[in-house]
Design a protein around this ligand. Structure first.
Ligand SMILES: C[N+](C)(C)CCCC[C@H](N)C(=O)O
Ligand SMILES: O=C(O)CCC(=O)C(=O)O
Ligand SMILES: [Fe+2]
Length: 401
């Protein structure tokens, strides 16, 4: 597989550089090109890029090929000659201009080509993040948003989303301790994702569902809905009431732990990123029947830059492991143990007591949550959000998500 060509450590360095990327290229930087038989080689802004000819024709932005009002392709890609070559190529000011056989002309801005080239793409992070352990997070002294400003001021929402994207967690304080206000605060961000638990859920330790969450027991760090083919993107919690002791919430940056694993034991990281495993939710009570399964690796990385985008870690809901032969099973358990060790380091644990008014948003693709056992009556409400819409909201504010 092509991504194996690159050493993971090198990739990490590249990803870190990606965080401070996006320095705009100087306008009118000079460009040179060479039309090879199999690709167009372009030097621009200090980068050497290679573009495939079918790709260039397919990405033509002329009115005939592309509808810039709807941002959709008009061109029928199925009709492009797969052996297409330009009739002529030239650089005109800030643009590359290609004339194709038959006379069609394509004009690409040089900065657009650079931004969208593979050479640029594989060196930068899809989503810049700040990975944290508890010291890093606490030293960053991130301020929580306040209900009033959060609900009325777009700049505050943007700041919140930026924190959320960078750290995978973000808080809103002073929210009225009701399900309605919790719903309003989440809808300010995105659409609610309805699941078998409902749209907004409000639960207590009454065993109303066949799941340990509905008890007073401690819950070790985990991601939720690992048994969905696409786990819920965001988890929202608001503790409406707790008269009793314990019940603190545990938060752990799964990507921080997994990056430590990648540094210390690259083969284990690789194995956890490659072996698909199953998670399962089986509930059979009078009121609820469910049998949900999801299959995918513990660690999910983009193949072009090795950036992690999803961790599935829920030892409660992990199902039978039968996707690998016995000798790989041993190695998988060893790798899983190493990841568990990283996830359990006390210095990686951020403990917070959720009190009425404090709403936490957790990136359920990245940050694990857990809870301390508790006594007394405790009522937690919240919901899941659709990831696509949260990221969309962030991008509409000009954030890189
Ligand atoms: C959050 N809420 C109480 C509604 C559901 C809890 C789901 C618990 C399940 N074991 C999981 O991890 O997905
Ligand atoms: O009770 C809590 O604090 C969290 C329980 C939990 O993990 C969940 O509801 O997903
Ligand atoms: Fe959970």
């Amino acid at each position: 597989m092509f991504w194996k060509l690159h050493k993971s450590a090198l990739r990490q360095a590249q990803l870190l550089r990606g965080v401070s990327r996006s320095t705009a290229l100087p306008r009118r930087a000079c460009a040179t090109f060479r039309a090879h038989e199999e690709c167009l080689e372009l030097h621009y802004g200090g980068t050497q890029m290679r573009f495939n000819y079918v790709w260039l024709r397919d990405h033509c932005l002329s009115a005939a090929s592309y509808n810039s009002k709807t941002n959709q392709r008009n061109l029928d890609t199925g009709s492009i000659d797969l052996t297409i070559r330009p009739e002529s190529t030239r650089v005109e000011g800030d643009h590359l201009v290609i004339t194709w056989p038959g006379g069609h002309m394509s004009k690409y801005s040089l900065s657009w080509l650079a931004e969208n080239s593979f050479e640029r793409k594989y060196q930068s992070a899809e989503q810049p993040r700040i990975l944290w352990n508890s010291d890093i997070y606490r030293n960053a002294t991130i301020t929580s948003s306040k209900w009033d400003t959060f609900m009325s001021c777009d700049d505050e929402l943007k700041k919140f989303l930026q924190n959320y994207l960078l750290y995978g967690i973000a808080f809103v304080d002073d929210v009225p301790a009701t399900v309605e206000a919790t719903e309003a605060v989440t809808q300010r961000v995105s659409l609610i994702r309805e699941t078998t638990y409902g749209r907004m859920w409000c639960f207590t330790s009454d065993f109303s569902r066949g799941d340990t969450a509905y008890s007073q027991l401690a819950l070790d760090r985990h991601t939720d809905t690992s048994y969905f083919q696409e786990p819920c993107g965001i988890q929202v919690f608001h503790c409406l009431k707790h008269e009793g002791t314990g019940g603190r919430t545990l938060l752990v940056d799964g990507f921080y732990a997994a990056e430590k694993l990648r540094e210390r034991s690259p083969e284990s990281f690789e194995l956890l990123a490659q072996v698909p495993i199953k998670h399962e939710y089986i509930e059979n009570t009078d009121r609820h029947q469910n049998h949900i399964t999801g299959i995918g690796p513990v660690l999910n990385v983009y193949p072009w830059n090795n950036e992690m985008y999803l961790i599935r870690y829920n030892n409660y809901d992990r199902s039978v492991l039968n996707t690998i032969p016995h000798d790989v099973v041993q190695r998988w358990y060893a790798a899983h143990r190493e990841l568990t060790t990283e996830l359990r380091r006390p210095e990686n644990e951020l403990w917070v007591k959720l009190t009425p008014g404090k709403v936490v948003f957790i990136d359920n693709w990245r940050v694990l949550h857990g809870r301390e056992s508790f006594t007394g009556s405790r009522q937690l409400c919240g919901c899941y959000l659709t990831r696509d819409d949260v990221l969309s909201a962030a991008r509409c504010f000009g954030l890189q998500a």
